[in-house]
Design a protein around this ligand. Structure first.
Ligand code: SAH
Length: 216
């Protein structure tokens, strides 16, 4: 796939829109300017929509998150560069790519086999060094823990204890959390092994976080 001047111009426009919507972290905006989102759409017919601020379908009945949502979650993570970040829900790989371009060391888990295989190849083709595994995000990645940051990109019914344990003290976890019929963006800061500071960052819409691996 090609990244043309037209794509770059569309990204610049999108970045300006994100600024007006309250995204101020320059690292986030610069990463979003660099990463060709249309590479992560899989379907070339959909690639035309890549720079509209919308979520849309990818393989296995999943979605690529809306650019504003990716920007918001990335901003809430307060990445300085070099942090070790665990992502639950690789999906299209776009969110991982943004964090990687922000300088983070990214580890990402996906439960859908088809998506996992597709994204692994895409990262190889793009020479993005992102560690991906097929697994159940409820369990995290104990073999590579602890992490400075954890980001969940599917609607969590609760924040799994395993993930809280795999977060370093002083670390940040960001996740959409189910609250009745709604979902809210939650940010947790780990103050000690047992204490967390929680802040809320608005309503959001994500596909559900599900248990186990799927061979689809
Ligand atoms: N970060 C993605 C968003 C994809 S949608 C992007 O930038 O495109 C959420 C993804 O979470 C889906 O691909 C879904 O299969 C995955 N998912 C849901 N529950 C999961 C779990 N328990 N472990 C790992 N991945 C999960």
């Amino acid at each position: 796939m090609e990244d043309s001047l037209i794509h770059k111009a569309l990204r610049e426009k999108l970045i300006e829109e994100l600024r007006t919507k309250g995204i101020s972290d320059e690292k986030v905006l610069q990463a979003m300017l660099q990463v060709p989102r249309h590479f992560f759409c899989f379907d070339s017919a959909l690639a035309q929509q890549a720079y509209i601020n919308k979520a849309f379908p990818i393989e296995s009945g999943q979605t690529i998150s809306q650019p504003h949502t990716v920007a918001l979650q990335s901003q809430l993570l307060e990445i300085q560069g070099n942090e070790k970040v665990l992502e639950i829900g690789t999906g299209s790989g776009y969110q991982s790519a943004i964090l990687y371009k922000m300088g983070a060391k990214v580890y990402s888990i996906e439960r859908q086999r088809t998506l996992y295989i597709q994204v692994k190849k895409l990262f190889q083709d793009l020479h993005y060094q992102i560690h991906t595994i097929l697994g159940d995000g409820f369990k995290g990645m104990p073999q590579d823990a602890p992490f400075d940051r954890i980001i969940i990109t599917a609607a969590a019914p609760f924040i799994p204890t395993e993930l809280l344990q795999q977060l370093k003290i002083g670390g940040i976890l960001v996740s959409p959390l189910k609250n009745g019929d709604k979902q809210e963006m939650v940010k947790l800061k780990k103050l000690s092994d047992t204490q967390f500071e929680q802040t809320l960052h608005g309503e959001c819409t994500f596909v559900p976080m599900l248990q186990g691996i799927s061979n689809q």
